[in-house]
Write a protein that binds this ligand. Structure first.
Ligand code: GDP
Ligand code: ZN
Length: 334
């Protein structure tokens, strides 16, 4: 048996950052390899080394969305290899982590991150088939508020709205100040407005299975993802793993104007890691009333002289939102 000689191997596997290293973003993870896209749109198949530097301690080393520096392998025989070594991983602006891991990072333990540097959570619902589910929307909004992501509400399948009821359904969310788009992926209505909202940002699509996420993402990115492969599908098997992929949002001229990160099983990111104490801050409409509650620590559930409950009774807080809060409160850890 021949042993590999240690010294040259060690030198070759040393990933110090150098001035000439290129910048890129991880857009896909394939086993031990990372597909890194440069701002020019070139892709490289990279690996990390034990010596890869990171500004994100206590966390998964490299995930989709990470901004990295990497050193391309030298060209051989005039062939651009498009392989490389990631030398440095920049500090993440935001992360999607498995909910059960959320608290660990705060206590210094390893956090399992699924994707990073996300700006916006697109919450897709449908007018019908499946029916509009405000409770699920409230759950996603609370999640976005907790993670510091901007929520963008999309009501799809408005082609099924023969009686003109769609606007009324989403009106409460508009009043709360959330941005809402009504569209029909099937009739390509409203797609331009959505593309505009995705421009210059990295977004994650969430929503109940069947609302039309795959259809929308395919139209916006020119991809051909099959139904069943996109986020929210509760299918079993390979696609329920935490693989995420970043797809460029294309302008009609085919230029990348923004990015969508598709993460299977986004429901996993639920609210389990959020404490009751934090939950009450995630319902924006409570903020105005909460300072008037008799107790500063009021949870707005069963305390006397609760200004939030009074506002619900006066019709100044939408009852369905308050019910969502109570449901999430009952689920949340004390
Ligand atoms: P996903 O589970 O959220 O990814 O949903 P899909 O994109 O797989 O769509 C589920 C079903 O809804 C498919 O049969 C689509 O053709 C259909 N669908 C998607 N968008 C629309 C729409 O705007 N209007 C109607 N009527 N059906 C749609
Ligand atoms: Zn209260």
């Amino acid at each position: 048996m021949q042993k590999k000689s240690a010294p040259p191997l060690r030198r070759k596997n040393f990933a110090t950052v150098s001035e000439s290293d290129l910048y890129g973003t991880i857009c896909e993870v394939r086993g031990a390899y990372y597909i890194v896209r440069t701002p020019e749109g070139d892709t490289y198949t990279c690996k990390t080394l034990r010596t890869t530097l990171t500004e994100n301690p206590n966390s998964t080393l490299a995930v989709v969305g990470d901004r990295v520096r990497f050193r391309p392998d030298e060209e051989r025989n005039d062939v651009a290899l498009h392989n490389g070594v990631i030398t440095f991983i920049e500090k993440r602006r935001s992360v999607l982590a498995r909910s059960r891991d959320r608290r660990r990072n705060r206590s210094g333990e390893l956090e399992h991150v699924i994707a990073s540097n996300i700006d916006q959570l697109v919450i897709v619902s449908s007018f019908d088939k499946p029916p509009f589910r405000p409770k699920l929307i409230d759950r996603y909004i609370a999640f976005a508020e907790f993670e510091g992501l901007v929520p963008l509400l999309v009501l799809n399948k408005v082609d099924l709205d023969t009686a003109g009821e769609a606007q009324t359904l989403v009106q409460p969310y508009c009043q709360l100040g959330y941005e809402v788009l009504l569209l029909s992926a099937r009739c390509e209505k409203g797609l331009e407005a959505l593309r505009e909202k995705l421009t210059g940002k990295t977004s994650v699509f969430s929503g109940h299975s069947g609302v039309g996420k795959t259809t929308l993402v395919n139209k916006l990115t020119g991809s051909n993802l099959a139904t069943g492969e996109l986020s929210g599908k509760s299918g079993k098997g390979a696609h329920t793993t935490s693989n995420a992929i970043m797809l460029p949002v294309l302008s009609p001229e085919g230029k990348a104007v923004g990015y969508i990160i598709d993460t299977p099983g986004i429901r996993e990111f639920g609210l389990e890691g959020i404490a009751r104490e934090e939950l009450r801050h995630l319902f924006v409409e409570f903020r105005k009333f909460a300072p008037e509650c008799a107790f500063a620590s009021c949870t707005h559930t069963n305390e006397p002289n609760c200004a939030v409950v009074a506002a619900v009774e006066r019709g100044e807080i939408w009852p369905s939102r308050y019910e969502s809060y109570l449901t999430l409160f009952a689920e949340a850890s004390a």
